[in-house]
Design a protein around this ligand. Sequence first.
Ligand SMILES: [Zn+2]
Length: 310
Amino acid sequence: MSLSAAFNSLKSSNLISWKTTGKLQQTLAGCIELAGKTLHTGKVSKVKVLPGFAGEGRNFEFQSKLIPASIDFARESPLCTTLCKDGYKIRTVEHLLSALEAKGIDNCIIQIRSLDPEDSEVEVPIFDGSASAWVEAIEQVGRKEALDRCGNNAEKLAPYLNEPLHVLRNDSFIVGLPSSEVCITCGIDFPKVNSFFLCYADLNSCHCFYASLAKIYVNYIQVEHMRAAGLIKGGSLDNAIVCSATKGWLNPPLRFHDEPCRHKVLDLIGDLSLFARSGSQGFPVAHIVSFKGGHSLNADLVRRLSGINV
Ligand SMILES: [Zn+2]
């Protein structure tokens, strides 16, 4: 039985079919080590990304616990995507995962630790609010063919969407349409800011690199609520572009006129990468249209793809 036949026999939903990409699974050719301040707690954390075995996917390692980068461990949290297992939490995983998914690092171990050895929660550093630090580090180290524990390579599969689907919350929605290639359209609706739409084809193309440079953007009112809740202690005008409902952008210039939308693309790739299984591509081969989408809605879409009702 081929790998795709085995995957398709195991799948819990008819929405997708696993097909070969014609490529072999990859991993990092070396190690990446980066440290930096985090968005929510403002603490410093250290991340080491190491090569992983084919077929084992992307896994975080925190306090000696392995937490797979899978939708099974995703929990709702404000302004970021959090993975949670056995009481241990890793927050803000989306920009790192977006870079790994877009750059084709299918298998790796992501060791993460905070400076306090007793912490049960940790967060991936925010850097400049985009994924550029991760993308640069991955490009510097390079990638290589991943081998499994027996020394064999493995073909890389991708999930193809078979029929249209949608998820929605209030006036936000994401629609998935069958397509022969990855295509992403994102729209936002912010007071004083136009709605933007962008369309990308080919997940691994340089377009992803453009998305990877886009910073987090937040509504000024959201900032006040987050601060009051003890969050975004590490947030600053250096790692976010802030919009006021009455005044527009408070800290221009933007890197791109459509930077908020590009950041939505970045987050979407990171969150949908949680659909990856055993070193496969996570992002579905489909046209994904997101309007006012966010991490929760992205997770809903992945759950629907996994055959879970939301
Ligand atoms: Zn983001």
